[in-house]
Design a protein around this ligand. Structure first.
Ligand code: PEP
Length: 248
């Protein structure tokens, strides 16, 4: 059985003071969480996460990495640098990166590979826009995004990734996919993994992301192929993030 993962994506939010309040709030009421928990934070706050979270079951990581190992890539952060801060996770291919930074599915797949080669768990985001959904292209779009990853990774590597299905129209909008809509795409993704290796497919976590909140988390997380959540807005409030963790 897959253990659920609830991962926060803070995006470009936070300050040392605000993060301390948030992390202490999460730690105070985490209790015996029956799921894995992580926060993916802006790179300048990774040291703070390590200091605050090292003695807890909460993991931490970044929101992007460079596809390159090191060198003249001004402004980028190398996967290896995340290891200096004991990160476990890195998000790759978030729709905000695909949209605002023109990241292709092939680049995202290479970033996932870079993360794996650095002993980091990539949380690979896939998802369709509203126009694509309305045009009936969800399976094609999400399929193309995941196929690029499947083409780049061998089955041993595949077993180590986390996938996050995040319909772009649901991110930060308050609109959520119904549990059935999300499950349909998650099942399609699982079927693609089965084509690669049925044993590996059973173990890979597929998270849902897109306006997951305390009031809709339970029914989304009850679906058979939804193995957790990638949480944006609601991960910035300790009470909301904890409520989702406890729903899982
Ligand atoms: C996200 O950015 O990954 C996300 C799911 O955001 P939100 O929960 O705010 O929709």
């Amino acid at each position: 059985m897959r253990r659920k993962l609830i991962a926060g994506n803070w995006k470009m939010n936070g300050s040392l003071a605000a993060n301390a309040v948030l992390l202490n709030g999460i730690k105070a009421d985490l209790g015996q969480a029956a799921c894995d928990v992580a926060v993916c934070v802006p790179a300048p706050y990774l040291a703070q996460c390590r200091a605050e979270l090292a003695a807890t079951p909460i993991g931490w990581g970044a929101q992007d990495i460079s596809v390159h190992e090191s060198g003249a890539y001004t402004g980028e952060v190398a996967a290896g640098m995340l290891l200096d801060f004991d990160c476990s996770y890195v998000i790759v291919g978030h729709s905000e990166r695909r949209t605002y930074h023109a990241e292709s599915s092939q680049l995202v797949a290479q970033k996932a590979l870079r993360a794996l080669n650095t002993e980091l768990t990539p949380i690979v985001c896939v998802g369709e826009s509203l126009a694509e959904r309305e045009a009936g292209k969800t399976a094609d779009v999400v399929g193309e995004q995941v196929d690029a990853v499947l083409a780049a990774l061998n089955t041993e590597q595949l077993a180590k990734i986390v996938i996050a299905y995040e319909p772009v129209w649901a991110i930060g909008t308050g609109k959520t996919a119904t549990p059935e809509m999300a499950q349909e795409v998650h099942a399609m993704l699982r079927a693609k993994l089965v084509e690669e290796d049925s044993t590996v497919a059973k173990g890979v976590k597929i998270l849902y992301g897109g306006s997951m909140k305390p009031d809709n988390a339970r029914e989304l997380l009850a679906m058979p192929d939804i193995d957790g959540g990638l949480i944006g807005g609601a991960s910035l409030k300790a009470a909301d993030f904890l409520a989702i963790i406890h729903a899982a």
